[in-house]
Design a protein around this ligand. Structure first.
Ligand SMILES: NC(=O)c1ccc[n+]([C@@H]2O[C@H](COP(=O)([O-])OP(=O)(O)OC[C@H]3O[C@@H](n4cnc5c(N)ncnc54)[C@H](OP(=O)(O)O)[C@@H]3O)[C@@H](O)[C@H]2O)c1
Length: 337
């Protein structure tokens, strides 16, 4: 897939993560020079798998950043024509801090862990991109900025103009969707005010082969499922997507100047119950629980939920293949036998 014509420098924040590692890999394959960020340059679990990628020796530079430290971000964005902003805490488990909104403007204990890096981190990255003359920024948002959205019309398929209900999130204490929603809104406000070219990808639950040695939140969902966990992720699921497709979607919207706005990135809009039933069918040897059919009340299923990306040429890997690649990866990494 190498493309000798493309040699510009791009920056990937969160390059050490599950999606970030795949994005770095595909960018290197295409001939880009990549500035990728890690949280700790001395932690082999963040660096070794990136340094082992083809092309890394000559075209990958690793930078240590803290999303709340603007100067560390300036260093990595310097010289980049494009920025992919993925770094953000990805936690679907309940974060417990009832005081979470009593501090202003930013942030108490759990806010520091989740909301501050997501929102302030996004603004820091966009500010550096604007200051340093970056051409286009791709921001990794999420379906968590689209759903939960309980007042969306029941007879209309959820799409890019649907937004997560922030008040509902606060009431139900679901902080991750709130963090992604506020971060994406902040990005759009910044883009408009400062006239910065921003485009957004909103992936569903991302699964597939794991490149880092550690496991991320979405692959942990699958691991728990095959171990018998009955959580239905009511406010956290809208469909699955292969990690390679997510990385490809980022490159597609970066390279395609006609791409604008948000891009829902799922192989189909589906319920977690559909996903769990498919895992049970493919792997009867595991203790996959039988979940209710409709685990996401009111969510209409749709095969072409990601039509905007399909119109740009995306052909999504099926849910069955996503599950097979993911289980194979969990096995080969020793997370399950
Ligand atoms: N996985 C999904 O299903 C999914 C779905 C939709 C959207 N997303 C979004 O995709 C992005 C990447 O997610 P992922 O699944 O690849 O998660 P991940 O493996 O946990 O990667 C997150 C990355 O962000 C970095 N990071 C987190 N907090 C940071 C901070 N304060 N300063 C600097 N770097 C920080 C992490 O560094 P460390 O490795 O050092 O912690 C890691 O490289 C996130 O924005 C997430 O919200 C994920």
């Amino acid at each position: 897939m190498s493309n000798e014509g493309l040699k510009e420098v791009v920056c990937v924040t969160g390059g050490s993560g599950f999606i970030g590692s795949w994005l770095v890999r595909l960018l290197l394959d295409r001939g880009y020079t990549v500035h990728a960020t890690v949280k700790d340059l001395h932690d082999d679990r963040e660096t070794k798998h990136l340094e082992a990628l083809e092309g890394a020796e000559s075209r990958l530079r690793l930078f240590q950043i803290d999303l709340l430290d603007y100067d560390s971000i300036v260093a990595v964005v310097t010289g980049a024509a494009g920025v992919f902003h993925l770094a953000s805490p990805c936690i679907v488990d309940q974060v417990q801090d009832p005081e979470v909104f009593n501090y202003s403007p930013y942030f108490s204990k759990d806010e520091k862990e989740l909301l501050a890096p997501a929102i302030k981190g996004t603004i820091n990255v966009l500010t550096a991109a604007k200051e340093l003359g970056v051409r286009r920024v791709v921001v990794t948002s999420s379906i968590s900025a689209i759903t939960p959205s309980p007042s969306w019309p029941a007879d209309v398929v959820k799409r890019e103009d649907c937004w997560t209900d922030a008040d509902y999130c606060k009431q139900k204490k679901v902080w991750y969707p709130l963090s992604k929603t506020l971060a994406e809104k902040a990005a759009w406000e910044f883009a408009k005010e400062k006239n910065l070219d921003v485009v957004v990808v909103n992936p569903g639950t991302v699964m597939g082969p794991i490149l880092p040695p550690t496991i991320n939140a979405s692959m942990l969902m699958l691991l728990r499922l095959v171990q018998g966990c009955t959580d239905i992720y009511e406010d956290h699921f809208m469909g699955s997507v292969h990690v390679k497709d997510v990385a490809l979607a980022h490159i597609l919207v970066y390279e395609n100047t006609s791409a604008t706005g948000r891009h829902l990135c799922v192989e189909a809009i589906s319920h977690y119950g559909d996903f769990a039933a498919k895992v049970a069918e493919l792997y009867p040897e595991y203790k996959v629980p039988r979940l209710p059919k409709d685990t996401q009340p009111g969510l209409l299923r749709a095969k072409n939920g990601a039509q905007k990306l399909m119109d740009l040429g995306m052909q999504f890997i099926s849910m069955e293949q996503i599950i097979k690649d993911s289980v194979e990866s969990l096995r080969s990494k020793g997370f399950i036998s």
